[in-house]
Design a protein around this ligand. Structure first.
Ligand code: AN7
Length: 353
């Protein structure tokens, strides 16, 4: 296989055109689809993990960002801007750095962004503005400013973001040979569920896949506007990536749910943390808490008997971001290292040999 040059090169014929010289890429995409023996046993379904934490900046946002930043470059933009719970800002900062011609401004909710993401936005030299408000307020401000000044918005309300992100569904079909029966995914601003559904539909239409999955979306219980059917003014969850009370792609998420005959449900922080630890300890995959919402969700559906009629079906869970994004959360809930004298005897004693 020729070396992988990123999603725009690989899926060029299914994406809006960008001139070669304007493509800004970090060779994103081509992430592994990992078979989980453990979850397969627990669920009685064939479970695959689409590990998007292995993108260049550690989350799925890179797929949309290569498109959005390339398009901004093609338009001659000088400044791009986004609101973010962390991953979008990390990705936007990295891709603008790579562009060599643009500056990046990010608005983040003060005190509610994981440490790794903040480090990323800052080391790539974005202008990072922490606002005394939440993500939804930050996005309203960014929309206002980018509507009125010569600044490109690179949140997922930018349609090029969705175009790039839909390539994850193409990859799943290419890797499995067809779409799975079910696709589970965390839902925050609801861009990604929208993008996957678009990708699955497009691939089927052109004959690259034969079936469509049911889309299973999961919000955090304290930030579940779509499930509760109302704007949440003060969303709360330890999964800060999806601490969003008024998703921009609300309507298209509902369309994806209904057209696919799927569902959007909510999971508690405790359920998220349980799935987070289970993925790390039994599947060998370290994700950030928000990513574990998809696995928490399907474990809950299993208990309710949701999968009883579909034994052996395939299910893909998108694991949206890397665990190293939020090291503080991991350290908070695991056992501390054991302190031991620097000699053989002491070590053997500790490990029971
Ligand atoms: C790890 O970075 O909204 O439903 O500003 O970082 O498409 O919003 C992140 C969202 C899931 C939810 N998992 O995806 C941002 C931001 C992780 C995320 C989501 C996000 P969408």
């Amino acid at each position: 296989m020729v070396s992988w040059k990123g999603i725009i090169h690989h899926y060029r014929s299914y994406l809006p055109r960008v001139k070669e010289q304007n493509i800004v890429t970090l060779n994103e995409g081509n992430t592994p689809l990992i078979f989980s023996e453990d979850l397969t046993q627990r669920l009685g379904l064939e479970v695959y993990l689409k590990y998007e934490g292995l993108n260049p900046t550690g989350s799925f946002k890179d797929r949309g960002m290569t498109m959005a930043i390339s398009q901004a470059k093609e338009k001659g933009a000088r400044i791009v801007m986004c609101a973010s719970t962390g991953n979008t800002s990390a990705s936007a900062a990295a891709y603008t750095a790579k562009s060599g011609s643009m500056k990046c401004v990010v608005l983040i909710p003060e005190g509610n962004i994981a440490l790794g993401k903040l480090a990323q936005a800052m080391i790539h030299q974005a202008t990072v503005l922490a606002i005394k408000g939440n993500f939804d307020e930050a996005l309203t401000l960014v929309r206002d400013i980018t509507d009125n000044y010569p600044v490109e918005i690179v949140n997922s309300v930018n349609p090029f973001r969705i175009e790039g992100q839909k390539t994850a569904a193409f990859e799943v079909c290419d890797q499995l040979g067809d779409a799975p029966e079910f696709h589970a995914i965390p839902v925050g601003n609801a861009g990604n569920i929208t993008a996957y559904w678009k990708g699955y539909c497009q691939y089927k239409e052109i004959g690259k896949s034969r079936q469509l999955p049911r889309m299973l979306g999961f919000q955090a219980a304290g930030a579940a506007p779509i499930v509760d059917n109302k704007i949440i003014e003060k969303p709360e969850t330890i999964a800060t990536a999806i601490r969003i009370g008024n998703p921009a792609s609300w309507k298209s998420a509902i369309a994806a749910r209904d057209e696919s005959k799927g569902l959007i449900d909510k999971v508690t922080d405790d359920e998220i943390l349980e799935a987070y630890q289970l993925l790390a300890s039994h599947s060998g995959v370290f994700v950030e808490p928000a990513s574990a919402a998809s696995v928490a969700g399907i474990l809950k559906l299993k208990m309710r008997g949701y999968f009883d009629q579909t034994p052996k079906a395939k299910i893909v869970c998108t694991l949206t971001g890397h665990g190293l994004k939020d090291p503080e959360r991991a350290i908070k809930i695991i056992k501390q290292p054991l302190l031991v004298e620097a000699n053989r005897k002491a070590i053997l004693k500790k490990i029971g040999l």
